[in-house]
Each structure stands twice: as C-alpha cells, then as structure tokens.
Write a protein that binds this ligand. Structure first.
Ligand code: ATP
Length: 213
C-alpha cells in the first residue's frame, strides 16, 4: 500500500532522515519508535510532503495502480488516499465538532460522519460543542475522525495517545484496530505500549535511520 525507499529529508541544509526504507501493507499497523529527535515526525511529514525537502521514493498503491508520489503536492497525496493526523491535531477550535468533521468531507458527508461516530461514540454527544472545549483525548478522536472524512487508505498518525487519559487511549487503540481490520494501512509514531503491543511491526529509528525492525 505504502512503500518508502531510501528516503532522505532535509530542513534547509540540515538532514534529518538518512535513507529510510519501509513498507506498510493494507490491513497492517506499523509503529515507529525512537528517542526525541530521531526523525519520527519528520518521516510522516516527508511522506505527506510537508515542510521538508526529500530525496528517495515514496510509492502509494491506489486504484490507478502503484503511484510514485514523492514529487506530488500535499493536497494531491491527500486526495489519492494518504491521511495525516499531526501531533498538534490542527483542529479549528472555534468550530463545532460537526463543523470540523464536515469541513474535510466532500460527497457522502453524512455517511462518513456516521462511520466516524460508530468508531468514536464518545463524539456523539459533543457534535455541537466547539472543538476548543474538548479534552485532549476527545480532540484526538476528532482529529482522527476528521482525517477519516477524506476516505484515506493509509493513515499516518503522530503520537495519537500522547498525554491522553488511559480510558481514551484504549478507545483510540480500539478504533485503530477496527480500522486495521477494515483494511486500512496504519503508520503510527507512538511510544505508548498499548499500541506497540498491537503492532504488526515495530521500527526503531535512530538519528534518521531505521536501526531495528
Ligand atoms: P520527538 O519525539 O521529539 O517529536 P522526532 O523523532 O519526531 O522527535 P523530529 O521532530 O522528526 O524527531 O526531528 C528530527 C530532527 O530534525 C531533529 O534533529 C530536529 O531538531 C530536526 N527538525 C525537526 N523539525 C525541524 C524544523 N522545522 N527545522 C529544522 N530542523 C528540524
């Protein structure tokens, strides 16, 4: 589904990734771990085409076959089916939960909303509340839900459980496992053991390189 081959990433002159290769298949969850500064967030941004300049191949399997997306703009990668949830969630805090969901959706918004609410029932009673008034865990559910409204086939998640109450961590984990069962490919940056235990593969990143798999 997603294949990264010898990926390098640069912030200006500073190199942050030094030839990372990985694959995530449909229905698979790969968890990315490593110390602060190892390059985990950079890897997700590079796949999404955000902030960094890259070298190397990023291939994505969609209905049109295997596409090389490394030179595509971010919006085109998103339209093709790569979904990204940033560490800071980037919600519209003054808009309601429902508005946050619908802002990302095209056709079939109601059906997609129903699917998101089935995955995250905790959001059902919060639909009319401004996103800025939600707890961290509720905001994380909303951020994942909003990305799901774009019908991704691959989901890139940056620390979805960081700083979140344990009961909501479980809800988020269960939702991600549900998505995996449904065939989603998941690439998750996460130190949380609950997700690491459920991973199909763990990759350990050290100084911009995969050290263990
Ligand atoms: P953390 O767990 O702290 O989020 P990380 O593994 O996600 O760490 P990255 O944020 O990807 O690490 O950072 C990788 C390297 O790139 C670090 O050396 C960092 O200082 C550098 N870096 C990250 N963002 C920028 C930026 N906007 N400009 C310049 N260098 C950056």
């Amino acid at each position: 589904m997603l294949e990264v081959d010898q990926l390098k990433a640069f912030y200006g002159q500073a190199q942050a990734l030094f030839g990372v290769s990985l694959q995530v298949a449909a229905g698979e969850m790969v968890v990315l771990q490593g110390l602060n500064g190892a390059g985990k967030s950079t890897l997700l941004k590079a796949v999404m085409g955000l902030e960094v300049r890259t070298e190397g191949r990023i291939s994505f399997q969609d209905s049109g076959g295997l596409q090389e997306v490394a030179l595509w703009q971010t919006h085109r990668r998103a339209q093709a089916g790569i979904g990204y949830v940033a560490e800071d969630r980037r919600l519209f805090s003054g808009l309601t939960v429902r508005e946050n969901l619908h802002i990302a959706a095209g056709r079939d918004a109601s059906a997609l909303e129903a699917r998101v609410l089935a995955l995250f029932p905790a959001l059902k009673t919060l639909l009319d509340r401004p996103a800025g008034q939600l707890s961290g865990g509720q905001q994380q559910m909303l951020a994942i839900g909003r990305t799901l409204m774009t019908r991704p086939k691959v989901l890139l998640l940056d620390e979805p459980c960081e700083g979140i109450a344990p009961v909501l961590v479980e809800a988020i984990r269960d939702a991600l496992l549900d998505l995996r069962r449904g065939g989603m490919a998941l690439l998750v940056v996460e130190q949380n053991r609950q997700l690491a235990f459920a991973a199909d593969r763990l990759l350990w990143l050290v100084a911009g390189k995969v050290r263990h798999s």
